[in-house]
Design a protein around this ligand. Structure first.
Ligand code: PLP
Length: 402
């Protein structure tokens, strides 16, 4: 098929859930993707913070091929399999958690977290959950209800009952919502889809204290911030604030679908057999992929690399802000998760970057998001920043006031 044919067919055959760009990707290598017409793109998006090891990674390919050759992809949770058990052991070790539940996506991990928190709370007459405005937790009913943004909920009412929203980085607004019925608080340490907004340390510490004082379960949604993205294995380690439950997905399978709910000490015995399940959870192929990235995180050099290139990315973004003070009003983030707050529509900048061979995305309504593969090199960062600079220069020429 030509790229044009693929796009036309895609438009005809798919439900219209995505406003996709008219590009069809055929192959990848390292931090580069190639479309069906042969055009190459440097990738600063990584499948939305998924492809931590980039594309065609030798170790990932070998592990997946070996798993396929073993003859076992899936066995059901009526049995154990050593691949998933090993991944669970590594997750618990890296996070300091006690128990793991495997599922297939970030939304599912959050569903599991809500169920566990309510099972814990219901015994004490508590079922209310506090989430935050501008958060993003996924698209299933539980997770869109947790998502404090009207645009995701509109037209799909009624939402799940018992969920209320506080203002992010505003401890007082959390305190106002706390009642004897509050069973859990769910928060992203850095709001991702909502616009790359890092939590303040005092805010997360304050929430932790409230949860300790009132026997409330603290859930960190680390679907986007986890698995090395922040420069630590998990972002809570960057803050030094430990949750009671943590949800992971996105980069955990480096492109193979997988999610996980990690339970720390307080919640480790809440679920009993029969309480929760998923057919594919702990699938041997997806946990084989997880083992590859978890081994690399444990070994340490991948995290060292993230921290090294993170410092460089930050410097370059600050230089960019100094060069375009009317177009860029803020640079923020940690690790390899950065945002540029723009005064022009990010989608136009994204389109310009794509035209110039750089895949990048927006976050929220005003932010250009940088979430490249964790293996990206300094020279690739330089190259991508040059493309962003080219596009911003075009903007300032078109509107000299910018
Ligand atoms: C992407 C994301 C989700 C949803 O994950 P899916 O795998 O798409 O269900 C949940 N929470 C956060 C913070 C995310 O970034």
């Amino acid at each position: 098929m030509s790229m044009k044919e693929t796009i036309e067919k895609g438009q005809n055959e798919y439900l219209k859930t995505y406003g996709s760009f008219p590009i069809s990707i055929k192959s990848g290598n390292g931090c580069y993707l190639t479309d069906e017409d042969g055009k190459e793109y440097l990738d600063f998006l990584a499948g939305i913070a998924v492809n931590a090891l980039g594309y065609n990674n030798e170790d990932l390919n070998r592990a997946l091929k070996n798993q396929i050759d073993s003859g076992m992809l899936h066995v059901s949770n009526l049995f154990y399999n050593p691949v998933a058990v090993s991944a669970a052991e590594k997750l618990n070790k890296l996070a300091g958690s006690s128990k793991v539940f495997f599922c297939n996506s970030g939304s599912e991990a959050n569903e599991a977290a809500i169920k566990l928190a309510r099972k814990y709370g219901n015994k004490k007459g508590k079922n209310k959950i506090i989430s935050f405005y501008h958060s993003f937790h996924g698209r299933t009913y539980g997770s869109i209800t947790l998502t404090g943004q009207e645009k995701y909920q509109q037209g799909f009412e009624p939402m799940l009952p018992g969920i209320v929203y506080a203002n992010f980085n505003d401890l007082e607004s959390v305190e106002k919502l706390i009642s004897d019925e509050t069973c859990a608080i769910i928060v992203e340490p850095i709001q991702g889809e909502g616009g790359l907004i890092p939590a303040e340390k005092s805010f997360l510490k304050g929430i932790r204290k409230i949860c300790d004082d009132k026997d409330i379960i603290l859930i960190f949604d680390e679907v986007q911030t986890g698995i090395g993205r922040s420069g630590n294995v998990f972002c809570f380690q960057h803050y030094g604030v430990q949750p009671d439950l943590l949800t992971s997905a996105k980069a955990l399978g480096c492109g193979v679908p997988i999610g996980a709910l990690l339970s720390f000490e307080k919640c480790k015995d809440v679920f009993s057999p029969g309480d929760h399940a998923t057919t594919f959870g702990g699938n041997a192929l997806s946990t084989a992929a997880a083992n590859v990235i978890l081994d690399k995180l444990e070994e340490g050099s991948l995290l060292n690399h993230v921290n090294e290139v993170s410092a460089y990315l930050k410097e370059e973004l600050i230089k960019l802000k100094d060069e375009f003070p009317k177009l860029i009003t803020d640079v923020r983030g940690v690790g390899l998760m950065y945002g540029l707050e723009l005064t022009v529509a990010p989608r136009d900048v994204v389109q310009g970057c794509i035209d110039n061979g750089l895949l990048i995305a927006s976050a929220g309504y005003t932010v250009l998001r940088f979430v490249p593969p964790l293996v990206i090199s300094k020279s690739e960062i330089t190259k991508g920043i040059e493309i962003v600079k080219t596009v911003l220069t075009q903007f300032s020429k078109k509107s000299p006031s910018l």
